[in-house]
Design a protein around this ligand. Structure first.
Ligand code: UDP
Ligand code: MG
Length: 319
């Protein structure tokens, strides 16, 4: 092993935890953090973002923050989604090292020690790679795989497969991410886009410690479209190729008809083939319009320039 290039001595670690209806998991979460992160020899700060929970997550956290000086609590004004909640947490974090963590313990905090040693060896970002996804359903694994594959084909910046938001980042990396002005925050993409010296650590993703997931398939699909459109313009450009291809086929068809008329004479039948071509061309145009709509809608979002999240209340930030 190479000798460490950095030292953790005197450094502050911010663990950033977005929370949406996580009341059931809080006790185990803080117990595990105390067992695994507290002994690492860092000045610990726990930034919790309540993303408009409808259960009593926020009240429980206020209570907890009153008895624990390490806790900083941000209550958002409503549910803004995990990406926004994470953004709020990253903006509030004051640590030299920053780790986003899921509240449900699907990102095992035990790994942070290993992440830390790799950071000491000079890596700026150490991310967890879900080596074994057996805790996910077959459908989720398949759709996730298909997404990463497609994303990496079309996007300008590849994201490593099977990574989530769980990672340890140097302050410099977080500053870079905070400086990105876009409202549509596909975090995995932004994490990859900023670059820096990155390394992955494989781990087995456990199932949720308690409570239930806030990500139904509809939401995951929207998330996938958001990711794709913020990191690639290929879906826009592909229509140029489709158009050229269709024009080429049309020329071939025209030639075939001319030859046919010259050889066998004029032919009237052809209603079916005509209908097929018309319907197909119509469908292609509709898809192309839809893709334009996706991008224009997002440009509209960005142009409005609304804040990514709104804070209702902050607890534990003084002193
Ligand atoms: N989360 C959030 N806002 C949301 C949905 C989720 O802050 O609108 C948080 C949630 O509390 C958890 C993390 O994001 O800490 C991951 O969510 P979840 O476990 O529901 O997702 P899954 O693991 O099923 O992908
Ligand atoms: Mg989860």
């Amino acid at each position: 092993m190479t000798p460490p290039m950095r030292s953790r001595a005197g450094k502050r670690l911010s663990v950033v935890i977005p929370m949406h209806n996580e009341a059931e998991v809080l006790d185990i979460l803080f117990k595990r953090l105390d067992e695994t992160v507290a002994p690492l020899g860092l000045d610990l700060e726990i930034v919790c973002v309540d993303d408009g929970s409808r259960d009593n997550t926020y009240a429980l956290m206020v209570e907890r923050a009153a008895g624990d000086r390490r806790i900083r609590l941000i209550g958002l004004s409503r549910n803004f989604g995990k990406e926004a909640a994470l953004t709020a947490g990253l903006e509030a974090a004051s640590g030299d090292l920053i780790v986003p963590l899921d509240a449900d313990l699907q990102d095992p905090p035990e790994l942070i020690g290993e992440f830390l040693s790799l950071w000491e060896q000079g890596y700026d970002v150490v991310y967890g790679v879900r080596a074994d996804r057996s805790s996910d359903t077959a459908v989720k694994r398949w759709t996730a795989n298909a997404f990463y594959r497609l994303f990496n084909v079309v996007s300008d910046q590849a994201i490593p497969a099977s990574t989530g938001d769980f990672r340890l980042m140097d302050r410099a990396v977080v500053e870079a991410i905070r400086a990105l002005p876009e409202r549509n925050r596909f975090m995995k993409g932004l994490f990859a886009w900023v670059g820096f010296k990155q390394v992955g650590v494989p781990y087995t993703r456990p199932i949720r410690a308690a409570g239930s997931s806030s990500w139904p398939y509809g939401r995951l699909f929207r998330f996938a479209i958001d990711g794709m459109t913020s990191f690639s313009t290929a879906p826009l450009r592909v229509w140029t190729l489709v158009g050229i291809g269709a024009a080429f086929l049309a020329v071939l068809a025209a030639l075939a008809i001319v030859v046919q008329v010259l050889v066998v004479g004029r032919q009237v039948p052809g209603y079916a083939s005509l209908m097929v071509v018309i319907l197909f061309a119509f469908a292609v145009q509709m898809v192309a319009l839809g893709v334009l709509g996706e991008y224009i809608g997002r440009m509209y979002q960005e142009v409005k320039g609304r804040p990514i999240y709104l804070v209702r209340e902050r607890v534990g930030f003084d002193g």
